[in-house]
Design a protein around this ligand. Structure first.
Ligand SMILES: Cc1cc2nc3c(=O)[nH]c(=O)nc-3n(C[C@H](O)[C@H](O)[C@H](O)COP(=O)(O)O)c2cc1C
Length: 192
């Protein structure tokens, strides 16, 4: 089993990455393979609304990183999305990724059906729940199954590493990883 994580921050290895790693550590303890893609430094253009992806099972536009990432999303058993809060929402790169992934899934139904999906977000102060919801809406609109945790999946910090001080937030991430592993094992017919 494999979980693909995508960090939508413009800052590589920042707070969102810390949260993602905390979730992935718990998945790894349960024997689940993980991979992290960080969008920082990569180009992801928004959807062009050309609707040419019908029957293609991927976006037809090849000049940026989208197609490779979406292939990995299709192959994975679970997808972990992480975004910092930007303007009380997800980052523009995460939005571009989800716009295009959503249209490809709409035009080619079933590509992500019954995979597990979880979302985490890092914020300085406001908008974290909205950002988490934006990512969860993607999962819920494409027949994915979303595990919960002991609180909403957010942690607070501004400068890189600040979220390490948010012990409640990190503990919630660890619990999310445990619950995602539990869900993945059952979705894939393994014993707990
Ligand atoms: C363009 C931009 C917009 C931001 N907007 C918000 C915001 O609306 N609310 C908030 O709490 N933090 C906001 N922040 C702060 C980041 O969410 C915060 O620093 C976060 O920890 C960054 O995570 P990262 O290290 O993974 O990039 C913003 C940061 C940037 C760069």
């Amino acid at each position: 089993m494999k979980v693909l994580a995508v960090n939508g921050s413009a800052r590589k290895d920042g707070n969102t990455a810390v949260l993602i790693h905390r979730v992935l550590e718990e998945l790894q303890k349960e024997g689940i393979e993980t991979e992290l893609i960080q969008l920082a430094g990569q180009s992801i253009e928004p959807c062009r609304a050309c609707w040419a992806c019908g029957g293609q099972k991927n976006c037809v536009h090849k000049k940026d990183s989208f197609r490779d990432i979406f292939e990995k999303m299709k192959e994975a058993d679970g997808i972990l999305l992480g975004s910092p809060v930007y303007s009380a929402n997800i980052s523009a790169k995460m939005q571009a990724l989800l716009e295009r992934a959503a249209v490809v899934c709409d035009m080619n139904p079933g590509l992500l059906t019954h995979k597990a999906g979880a979302a985490v977000t890092a914020a300085r102060r406001g908008g974290a729940l909205h950002a988490a919801d934006a990512m969860n809406h993607f999962f819920l609109n494409h027949e994915m199954i979303v595990p919960g945790s002991s609180y909403w999946n957010m942690a607070y910090g501004q400068l890189p590493g600040d979220v390490e001080k948010d012990t409640e937030g990190l503990s919630n991430m660890a619990n999310l990883g445990k619950n995602m592993a539990y869900l993945l094992k059952r979705l894939n017919g393994c014993e707990g």
